[in-house]
Design a protein around this ligand. Structure first.
Ligand SMILES: [Ca+2]
Ligand SMILES: [Ca+2]
Length: 129
C-alpha cells in the first residue's frame, strides 16, 4: 500500500492500492466495525453527530463533514444507513460514480492527508516504522 516505502500512505497511494476485491475482503469490515462504534444508539444508521464522530475517528478534517454527510444522505432524512454507507464508499474507492466521493475527494485534494475511510482499521498508524 505504501508504494514509495516512506512509511506514510498518501491519498494517492491509497487509491492506487485499493480495488473492489480489497475493499470487499478488507476495507468493508474495518469500516463496518467503525460504523457500529459510531452508531452509539445502535439503530443501524448514523445521524449527523454520529457521522461527524466517525469522520473524526478516521482522522478526517471536520470542516467537510457536513458536505460528506449531505452527499451520503441522499434521501435527506438526516440518517445514513450502514449498507448505504458501505455501498457509497465502495463505489467511490473502486472508481464508480458515487455521490459521496466528490466532497471527500475535494477535501483530500486540498489536504493530502485527509483519510480515506478504509484506513480506519489501522487507526492513526500512518507511519509503519
Ligand atoms: Ca444511530
Ligand atoms: Ca438517509
Amino acid at each position: 500500500m505504501d508504494a514509495n516505502g516512506d512509511g506514510v500512505m498518501t491519498y494517492e497511494e491509497y487509491i492506487a492500492w485499493v480495488d473492489a476485491d480489497k475493499f470487499d475482503n478488507i476495507c468493508q469490515y474495518a469500516l463496518g466495525a467503525l460504523f457500529d462504534l459510531a452508531d452509539a444508539d445502535r439503530d443501524g444508521s448514523l445521524d449527523r453527530a454520529q457521522f461527524t464522530t466517525l469522520r473524526q475517528a478516521l482522522g478526517n478534517r471536520a470542516d467537510n463533514a457536513d458536505a460528506a454527510f449531505d452527499a451520503l444522505d441522499g434521501d435527506g432524512d438526516g440518517r445514513v444507513g450502514r449498507a448505504e454507507y458501505l455501498a457509497s464508499i465502495r463505489a467511490y474507492v473502486t472508481g464508480e460514480e458515487s455521490p459521496w466521493g466528490r466532497p471527500v475527494l475535494t477535501g483530500a485534494a486540498r489536504h493530502p492527508l485527509d483519510r480515506v475511510p478504509c484506513r480506519a482499521g489501522r487507526g492513526q498508524q500512518t507511519r509503519s516504522r
